[in-house]
Design a binder for this molecule. Sequence first.
Ligand code: G3I
Length: 322
Amino acid sequence: LGPLRSLAVRAGIEFGTAVSASHLDEDSVYRTLLSREFSSITPENEMKWESLGPEPGRYVWENADRIVAFARAHQQRIRGHTLVWHNQMPVWLKPDAFSPDELRKILQRHIQTVVGRYRGSIWQWDVVNEAFNEDGTFRDTLWYRAFGGPEYIAWAFRWAKEADPQALLFYNDYNLEFPSPKADAVLSFLARLKAEGVPIDGIGLQGHISLRYGFPHAQELLDHVRRFVDAGFYVAFTEVDVRMPLPRDNTKDLAQAQVYTQILSTCLALKGKCLSFSIWGFPDKYSWVPGFFPGEGAATPIADDYSPKPAWYQMGLLLYVA
Ligand code: G3I
């Protein structure tokens, strides 16, 4: 079939993955597959605030820089991930240690610093990550409190835009792939901000799926994702993985392949508006899933020994005929 990255680009989308700097250093098979098969990469942890900012005002760029250099060497695009999140924050960033006014300045400076450093190198930035609850209300975070409401979201996009006018700016979240109160709330809130002139280009649909739960049928998925496009946003599938109750078997591998291809074909059907389809790392042994969902795993399309699983072959076929 040929590398998936060239099939994807020929079909009009980018094919991406999350990448970890430590695997990049230690695992040459990983490096080979990463450069050969993917046209876009997302640092899995290395651009998060916890990783970049161990102490107030001090930034550590090495790991993120290595990923950026790898991408440049292999003509890959980069999804920057992520500027504003309630998780993986540095330990010094405690609500009690700062006034709301100081926190607002800290956030502004962080965005200016990180986006400014990588100005011109980042294709899509996940500016704000996971700001909503499942019921569609705003998540109660440090930033929500510091700004006295969701205004931090608009500010984050404005500051990011100033720091790199070329980057595409995304809001990124999970459980947006199917109809839900959260998807409705995200869409109507972002559409309102966009109408007010806030520079939001796209919505990232993470795509962390479990075979334990049902998944929408193809047409339902497409109709749902089209709503974001119709509201004037680009979309990207940003963190796709499909976990299964362990152990793996053929039936589960095939069910997994079906979910992967269904999401990929949705992106292809919306090409031009769906910019990229990214998996959240590979192979299975490097996935975040087993550490977070005991009893589940095998979530990526590449097995522990680097052999491609049915999901990989079927995605290849789909891209080939696209
Ligand atoms: O770096 C430390 C290491 O020094 C320490 O020894 C080790 C011991 O636990 O932990 C290491 O940090 C871990 C980090 O990944 C780097 O590997 C953290 O414990 C672990 O919690 C962290 O997990 C990451 C998770 O986000 C945190 O929320 C996953 O790798 C990463 O895949 C995951 O990614 C998120 C996206 O950013 C946003 N969407 C959901 C997605 C999955 O949770």
